[in-house]
Design a protein around this ligand. Structure first.
Ligand code: FAD
Length: 292
């Protein structure tokens, strides 16, 4: 059995120092619900000599909202705190779609959206939703901090643009404003605790009966969660109605580049893209117009 050291970082600087001095052999740990499993099965993509606990760092536990800044979600905030938070419930209810379906109750007590993003699974259930909310990640490293749009973080399966001596500090979701609605849904063959065969995260802004902005992002249909610009073009500027929604759903189906595996064929997954995008958009429209 391999020996792995454990360090408990209390500050962002301390975490970065440990990561920098490890020569790429240290891994940050938030909830550990991915990392510990991967280390136990000796996943070759997650070789680590040191695990750095980042859950005690104050900035990574921030969960705050202001009308000006929007929602700041510290990278280690567990799912249960997110779906119980009044600001999330009042201003970002669609975030609960993801936070409440990752794993089960026990997993949600530890698992963070930051860890879900940094793990960069093509099926990560929070990623399309964070993209739909125009999320921006704040990364900290030896040379200071930088901001990266969530949709640019994942570069391949379990690969991100985050350097080995950087950590994700927080994710900011700008204030969505009036007329905003979003939704994340996934298809799994069981009722719960499974990996998305396809997931669809969408958002719309509606003013005077027209789509003024939109986002469509899909999970499990490419090496990374993807955005669908053609679906956005199909919606923005159009009057709210079935036609543009169907066109956007068709664009999602066309943009998907899935593989066939034990959970679904290419054809099945592409079909799901159309169905889930259409359903998610209908719910997002409903929410934008005041529905729950
Ligand atoms: C039983 C079970 C069910 C699950 N169900 C689901 C599900 O339905 N949907 C789903 O999407 N996932 C699911 N997962 C996977 C996992 O729970 C989620 O991906 C979770 O959000 C990971 O968060 P975490 O805080 O535990 O991450 P961790 O395990 O702590 O970290 C995950 C990865 O991100 C890195 N990392 C973590 N935080 C940072 C940071 N701040 N900066 C840089 N790198 C960082 C770690 O080094 C590691 O590589 C499940 C896992 C289990 C065990």
């Amino acid at each position: 059995m391999k020996w792995i050291d454990y360090e408990n970082a209390k500050t962002v600087d301390e975490a970065i120092k440990i990561l920098s001095q490890s020569g790429g052999k240290a891994r940050p740990m938030a909830g550990g619900t991915d990392l510990i499993v991967q280390l136990r099965v000796k996943d070759p993509r997650v070789d680590a000599d040191i695990v750095v606990n980042i859950k005690d760092i104050p900035e990574l536990n921030e969960l705050s909202y202001s009308a000006e800044k929007g929602l700041t979600i510290g990278a280690a905030v567990p799912c249960y705190k997110i779906y119980n938070d009044d600001n999330v419930i009042n201003h970002y209810p669609a975030l609960i779609d993801s936070a409440s379906l990752i794993g089960g109750t026990q997993i949600q007590g530890r698992a963070s959206l930051g860890g879900n993003l940094c793990n960069a699974a093509p099926s990560g259930d929070s990623i399309p939703n964070l993209v739909a909310h125009n999320g921006v990640a704040t990364l900290a490293g030896p040379n200071g901090t930088r901001e990266v749009a969530v949709e640019d973080i994942c570069t391949g399966p379990r690969q991100t643009c985050i350097e080995k001596d950087e950590i994700l500090v927080s994710i900011n979701l700008p204030n969505p404003g009036e007329g905003f609605g979003a939704n994340y849904i996934r298809f799994i063959p069981r009722n719960e605790m499974d990996i998305a065969v396809v997931g669809a995260g969408v958002s719309v802004n509606i003013a005077s009966g027209k789509f003024t902005a939109a986002k469509v992002s899909l999970a499990s249909v490419a090496p990374t969660p993807i955005s669908v610009p053609d679906a956005i073009s199909a919606l923005v500027g159009q009057s709210v109605g079935e036609g543009p929604i169907q066109n956007a759903a068709n664009a999602a189906k066309a943009a998907a580049k899935p593989i066939s595996d034990m959970r679904g064929t290419i054809e099945y997954r592409k079909h799901l893209c159309e169905v889930l995008t259409r359903r998610a958009l209908n719910t997002a429209v409903d929410r934008a117009q005041g529905g729950k």
